[in-house]
Design a protein around this ligand. Structure first.
Ligand SMILES: C[S@@+](CC[C@H](N)C(=O)[O-])C[C@H]1O[C@@H](n2cnc3c(N)ncnc32)[C@H](O)[C@@H]1O
Length: 259
């Protein structure tokens, strides 16, 4: 799945090159697709966003399949601002995960404790809350203000808690052990790979459902899955009718299970 057929010597040279480039520019993988074929798709509801986004507010609409087409579409108002970090804009994997939640619908989210890691703007968690979840959106400190603004803009104060959660650090006592963990586009910076696996391991039990949307950007991502394999098994989601489209953009939607 992740380049297993490649000559190991070539692979390790490419990983070494990636590591050198990462040391100079840790976020370079978020700016381009670096050899991964990209297909622009007019059906994507998250527009292409320049890294220079500052204080923009967009409106997003997701179908609401909860009532088999009878319910109103889910409308989200989203403030975006790239200045606090890459999470301040909405990334395509978040769009994919938010959209998939609408397919699972209220039957999946309602009344359940749902925690999102690396929420950025909070988009995915906000959709989970509209579908009835008791949601925690979490990220590093610089992103908290934009998440709080988006909770207010969507009038979700009663069902969404915004909390700082730095991967790899001890979880604060206020963080619940959730029924569902969500993560979109959280695999991009190699030093954070073990931290993210540690946090997932600390939060999840064998009963926790984890939806993990991932965009493959480089061969070194394989290291994340090597670490993940020690504690989790995973498989691709099979019931998303959009999967062929986002798979073409190197995006995969996985369910993870704690071993
Ligand atoms: C590419 S953005 C994705 C944001 C959002 N999930 C989306 O799909 O639009 C990655 C997010 O992970 C967060 N992140 C990165 N390293 C982190 C860490 N060590 N602890 C917590 N969050 C982290 C970033 O702040 C950022 O919001």
């Amino acid at each position: 799945m992740f380049g297993d057929t490649l000559d190991p010597a070539i692979l390790s040279n490419e990983i070494a090159l990636d590591e050198t480039l990462d040391a100079h520019d840790p976020l370079r993988h978020l700016r381009g697709d670096e050899g991964v074929e990209h297909h622009a798709d007019s059906r994507s509801i998250v527009p292409i966003q320049p890294p220079s986004v500052h204080n923009e507010v967009i409106r997003l609409s997701f179908p609401n399949d909860s009532d088999k087409g009878c319910a109103a579409a889910i409308q989200i108002t989203l403030k975006m601002d790239a200045s606090p970090g890459c999470g301040g804009i909405a990334w395509p994997a978040g769009d994919v995960l938010a959209n998939y939640l609408t397919i699972r619908g209220e039957a999946y989210c309602k009344g359940r404790t749902i925690l999102e890691l690396g929420s950025g703007t909070g988009l995915v968690g906000l959709v989970a809350a509209i579908l009835g979840g008791n949601v925690w959106i979490t990220d590093q400190a610089p992103l908290l203000d934009i998440m709080r603004a988006n909770v207010r803009l969507n009038h979700l104060e009663s069902s969404v808690v915004v909390s700082e959660l730095n991967w790899g650090e001890a979880l604060s006592s206020e963080i619940p052990r959730p029924d569902i963990i969500l993560a979109a586009d959280c695999v991009y910076f190699e030093p954070a790979f073990p931290l993210l696996v540690d946090t997932l391991s600390e939060l999840a039990t064998a009963r926790t459902e984890i939806l993990f949307c991932y965009k493959k950007r480089r061969k070194a991502d394989k290291r994340f899955f090597t670490l993940l394999k020690k504690h989790f098994s995973w498989k691709e989601i099979e019931d998303d009718p959009s999967s062929a489209r986002y798979n073409q953009e190197a995006i995969s939607l996985l369910t993870l299970k704690r071993k």
